[in-house]
Design a protein around this ligand. Structure first.
Ligand SMILES: NC(=O)C1=CN([C@@H]2O[C@H](COP(=O)(O)OP(=O)(O)OC[C@H]3O[C@@H](n4cnc5c(N)ncnc54)[C@H](OP(=O)(O)O)[C@@H]3O)[C@@H](O)[C@H]2O)C=CC1
Ligand SMILES: N[C@@H](CC=O)C(=O)O
Length: 385
């Protein structure tokens, strides 16, 4: 008989079970045989949403089983609260504000013993203190949420001070290996001078669909239904989401800057902003008001043989994100759908940049990136027979 392979068991608490979080749970379940072959077992011990935290009865000994996780995804997809799963047994539910204290309790206990990966697939600013606390208790952190990395610089520094314990590949380019590539180039001592790219799956998709004559308002709604947009698509249309990605890259390059230091072009006026109308109102009545203006810009560019792309430039002297007219047959102009393209210029990649291209948004690819980050942490967890 073969001796049982030693496994790294990675307990996970997931914050956020929306589009990305649910895909992550499904990927964890479907990858069990693959991970077993790789000597890894991911044990989901807790899941939180905006109002509560559901945890396994004894987080040190066992997690939520796979049938439970499937039911949890189904319940959240149907709009039911996490507490609707209490009847299944072997779990407890804590409501806010108590819930976040319970996450810290789990992080304190597991950080000292088995270790814990706290995964942030929420879209809130509210998790940064919790994540920093978890890191300080020896836990690891994986982020799809960009906000904890784009907060005040001092908070960013605190969160990332133990760099080996934190992964955030999906925050830029979803599942594309952008952060890994930048990190490797930096580690090799090759100075990066510039990163240029189309960093928004939503805006890439919208711009390429407009070239086919579709209406802006309709295309934005389709991007939302495909899982490309942020929960409020104005985060994409304002350029804020791209600016967050630019900031994450700039900070990775060592720049001590903040969101206010980035020049951002918004595709909608402040009268249609979140302070004035809800997301639903924006989608129903605000968005159509933008159709004509954007479509005129697309047509004007087309008459010059160009297309519009929302481009981010991260340089040594500053960062800008905004619409640019680019030749139709350029690398940026040829982009279709939700694809991102990122060009990295450094001493080794000066005349011919390192180019990373592929799907840059979507729940599936984002969750896959998060899962790869979790598995990448396995060496920090003890192997057990
Ligand atoms: N979709 C994509 O292509 C990509 C997304 N991302 C990032 O992934 C994250 C998730 O996106 P997505 O799944 O589309 O968003 P959703 O809006 O679908 O889901 C967000 C989830 O977070 C939960 N939540 C809100 N506040 C808190 C909180 N304080 N604590 C715990 N959970 C909370 C929500 O709870 P409730 O269910 O109660 O509302 C919801 O379950 C975002 O930060 C996004 O920027 C990153 C790269 C690509
Ligand atoms: N809304 C974002 C999702 C990924 O970060 C995008 O469209 O790129």
């Amino acid at each position: 008989m073969q001796p049982a392979q030693a496994k790294s068991v990675l307990p996970v608490v997931l914050l956020g079970c929306g589009g990305v979080g649910r895909h992550l749970l499904r990927h964890i379940v479907s990858c069990r045989p693959l991970h077993a072959n790789q000597g890894v077992a991911i044990r989901v011990v807790g899941v939180a949403d905006s109002s509560s935290l559901l945890v396994a009865d004894d987080v040190r000994a066992s997690g939520l089983d796979d049938a439970f996780l499937s039911d949890l995804c189904a319940a959240k997809s149907a709009g039911s609260p996490l507490s609707s799963l209490l009847a299944r047994g072997h779990c407890q539910v804590f409501n806010k504000p108590e819930a976040m204290g319970k996450v810290i309790d789990a992080a304190t206990m597991l950080g000292r013993t088995t270790g814990l990966v706290l995964v942030d697939c929420s879209a809130t600013n509210d998790t940064v203190a919790l994540l920093t606390d978890a890191v300080n208790h020896g836990c690891c952190v994986v982020l799809a949420n960009k906000k904890p990395l784009t907060c005040a610089y001092e908070d960013y520094q605190k969160l990332t001070s133990n760099f080996r314990q934190i992964r955030f590949e999906s925050t830029v380019g979803a599942g594309l290996p952008v952060i890994a590539s930048v990190t490797r180039i930096i580690a090799s001592g090759d100075p990066i001078s510039r990163i240029v790219g189309s960093l928004s799956g939503t805006l890439g998709y919208v711009m390429s669909e407009l070239e086919d004559g579709k209406r802006f308002s309709e295309v934005v709604k389709t991007a939302k239904s495909l899982g490309y947009t942020e929960p409020d698509p104005r985060d994409d249309l304002s350029g804020t989401d791209v600016a967050r990605k630019a900031l994450i890259l700039a900070r990775l390059l060592g720049q001590q800057i903040s969101m206010e230091d980035i020049n951002v072009e918004s595709l909608y006026p402040s009268e249609l902003g979140p302070e004035v109308m809800s997301t639903t109102e924006f989608l129903e009545s605000g968005l159509p008001q933008l159709d004509e203006r954007i479509e005129e810009r697309v047509k004007a560019a087309s008459l010059r043989g160009n297309v519009l792309r929302y481009v981010g430039v991260i340089g040594n002297t500053g960062c800008q994100v905004g619409l640019q007219e680019v030749p139709k047959d350029s690398a940026l102009g040829r982009l279709r759908g939700s694809d991102n393209v990122v060009e990295i210029y450094s001493r080794c990649y000066e005349s011919s940049p390192l180019v990373i291209q592929g799907a840059g948004a979507g729940n599936d690819t984002t969750a896959a990136g998060v899962l790869a980050d979790i598995v990448d942490l396995q060496d920090l967890f003890q192997k057990r027979a």
